[in-house]
Design a protein. Structure first.
Length: 312
């Protein structure tokens, strides 16, 4: 609160304003009166409205809020308040406005507060989030979801203030998982082989929009796809090398299966299973072969796709 100035006088019905903009009320009979000082530290928070607040003035019984689209005025009164805050809901959006506040009591009205500016912006309902979901080690997604978990993610949505993630087993009855500002969520404890639905809602003060996705939880870990197979033939030997996916459960006995055929259309024969990302097929002589590699594991899982096929 700001200290007030007391003035005593024998005059009646007179109000003075000093060069510093301080208002003085003069009362009869040698009395003393406190005139409110101008509110200080006026500040604004904008959405589609302008919320104003300021430091309270001790002797003030009310405040008057003034607005202008021109810096320095002239100002128009937009409202009054008995508290040290006010919400201007009549302000046009996307227009620069200038505000000042005065404090009043039975003894008079203060000078204008320091001017502040504010631009309210019309909020819109967030767009539906673009949600992706994966479960198990499906297709080697990174980051991946281990067995019994689902990974749900989406890009940030413009105008969204927060997101709600919900889960359902039938797409009808929903249970809330989280309400937060993030853009990714892991859901654990899922039954292998089950199907689950997830609803992600982007929301703000104006409204909300939702997207529903479903995931099938694998009953076994599905390895990611090996890629970029190369084959070099030298002295009747074929040396194969490829890029391995990200293993997650070595205890599942994750391996690579090397297949060979005499034609790129098959039929294919599994000739080797191994844990390294290279293989030497010895003494192929002058035979022409085609090769491809799968990722396998001991729980019956196989990568969704093999490597590229290479014929030599």
């Amino acid at each position: 609160p700001v200290e007030e100035l007391a003035v005593s006088t024998q005059s009646t019905g007179t109000q003075l304003t000093t060069g510093g903009g301080i208002s003085l009320s003069l009362v009869s009979g040698g009395g003393s009166a406190l005139v409110p000082s101008a509110p200080l530290n006026v500040r604004a928070t904008t959405t589609s409205t302008v919320f104003l607040e300021w430091e309270p003035v001790t002797t003030a019984t009310s405040y008057t809020i003034h607005r202008s689209t021109t810096s320095g005025g002239p100002y128009s009164v937009v409202g009054t308040s008995t508290r040290n805050n006010y919400t201007d809901s009549s302000v046009p959006n996307n227009v620069l406005n200038y505000y000042v506040v005065t404090a009043s009591s039975s003894t008079g009205t203060s000078a204008l507060s320091p001017q502040i500016e504010a631009i309210p912006v019309q909020q819109v309902v967030p767009a539906r989030p673009s949600v992706s979901a994966s479960a198990g080690l499906e297709n080697g997604n990174t980051p991946f979801a281990p067995l019994g978990q689902a990974f749900i993610s989406w890009p940030a949505v413009s105008n969204a203030q927060s997101y709600i993630v919900e889960k359902s087993t039938d797409g009808q009855k929903w249970s809330n998982l989280v309400n937060f500002g993030g853009t990714a969520y892991y859901d654990a404890g899922l039954n292998p082989g089950g199907k689950f639905y997830y609803r992600v809602t982007a929301k703000n003060n104006v409204g909300s929009s939702s997207t529903v996705v479903s995931v099938d939880v694998p009953s076994t870990s599905i390895p990611g796809n090996p890629t970029r197979l190369t084959v070099v033939v030298s002295n009747g030997n074929a040396f194969l090398q490829w890029v391995q996916p990200l293993w997650s459960y070595p205890e599942l006995g994750e391996l690579f299966g090397v297949e060979r055929a005499t034609s790129s259309s098959g039929p294919w024969t599994l000739i080797e299973s191994l844990s390294t990302n290279n293989f030497l097929d010895g003494e192929i002589g002058n035979e022409k072969y085609c090769y491809r590699v799968w990722a396998l594991n001991g729980k019956g899982g196989r990568s969704s796709n093999p490597t590229n096929t290479v014929c030599v």
